[in-house]
Design a protein around this ligand. Structure first.
Ligand code: NDP
Ligand code: OAA
Length: 271
């Protein structure tokens, strides 16, 4: 059976571990790691079928087949090359890290040299199937508009560096418009979905991102428009935020679990 290690024991990590323990994903939960050791320790005690060990990454990669990164963009730099070098497949949630072209190329090279797979779940958006099909032909434009309650954007480098008082925003306000390459650095915990779109479609320079702080909404809303030789499509997801981390939509966690389910199943559905 597939042996999994999870890096990052926050909102998504906890959900993934629970899904493995409950048998939704047919795999063994071997190890967990978080830079806050006590969060990982708390999580370890919550399972009925598995007792994952708290393991540093260097040890973890010797005991698993697949490493799940659900920590931060910084963690992608630290753990993904190491896992691939150790012949582990990798599932990445903090996809914004791949805006770094050097890291992206290194990850692709290491995966290829070591015959490993790198999985990027569709996260909190819908429509990647259409974009992947469309990108076999010519794509003219990909745009994503992300609309979140102001406090869902709290702590992001863009808000901090520009001294934006989120509490004083009374109407929907466009905070950012620009390429995905800049958006994922400005809002690293909010628009990883723009990075996934970039990889699936026309890259980090040409994928355009708009971030709106909107006090009138309670959901994290992602609207995507793709235009190309195939015609055009739009998708809109109104996501329920995770109670433990309102930046992260519940669908992101479900999407990671669905990807693990697909990996561990003989039946493959969809593009
Ligand atoms: N691809 C997608 O569609 C989506 C991606 N995401 C991304 O997925 C990741 C996980 O999200 P979520 O579970 O909500 O986040 P949480 O903040 O709830 O949990 C992340 C956990 O990982 C820890 N962590 C962060 N960096 C490291 C590191 N370098 N090494 C070890 N542990 C680390 C955090 O510690 P600490 O609290 O100290 O930071 C925290 O305990 C985030 O990067 C998020 O932006 C989220 C939603 C959608
Ligand atoms: O969960 C979401 O709404 C999207 C998100 O935070 C991200 O892509 O980083």
């Amino acid at each position: 059976m597939l042996r999994i290690g999870v890096v990052g024991c926050g909102t998504i990590g906890r959900g993934i571990c629970r899904a493995i323990d409950e048998g939704v994903v047919k795999a063994e939960l071997i190890a967990v790691y978080d830079r806050n050791a006590c969060d990982a320790e708390k999580l370890r005690g919550q399972f009925s079928r598995f007792s994952p060990e708290f393991m540093e990454i260097a040890k973890m990669v010797k005991h698993i087949d697949l490493l799940v990164e659900c920590a931060s963009q910084e963690a992608v730099h630290d753990v993904v090359p190491l896992a691939l070098t150790s012949h582990c497949d990798v599932l990445i949630l903090s996809v914004g890290a791949l805006a770094d072209e050097g890291l992206r190329n290194r990850i692709e090279e290491l995966a290829s040299e070591n015959s490993c797979k790198v999985y990027l779940p569709s996260g909190a958006i819908a429509g990647l199937d259409g974009l992947k099909s469309a990108s076999i032909g010519e794509i003219h434009s990909v745009t994503i508009t992300t609309r979140k309650p102001p406090q869902g954007l709290a702590g992001s480098p863009f808000v901090v560096m520009n001294n934006i008082d989120l509490d004083s925003i009374s109407d929907a306000t466009v905070l950012f418009e620009g390429p995905a390459k800049d958006a994922v650095k400005a809002f690293p915990a909010n628009v990883n979905v723009a990075a996934t779109l970039s990889v699936a479609g026309i890259g980090f320079e040409r994928t355009l991102v708009r971030v709106i702080a909107d006090p009138s909404v309670t959901r994290n809303i992602h609207e995507i428009t793709v235009k190309g030789a195939f015609g055009e499509f739009s998708s809109k997801v109104e996501n329920v935020p995770s109670p433990a981390n309102p930046k992260t939509s519940y669908l992101a966690q479900l999407s990671a679990i669905a990807t693990l389910k697909k990996i561990s199943s003989p039946l493959q559905v969809g593009t």
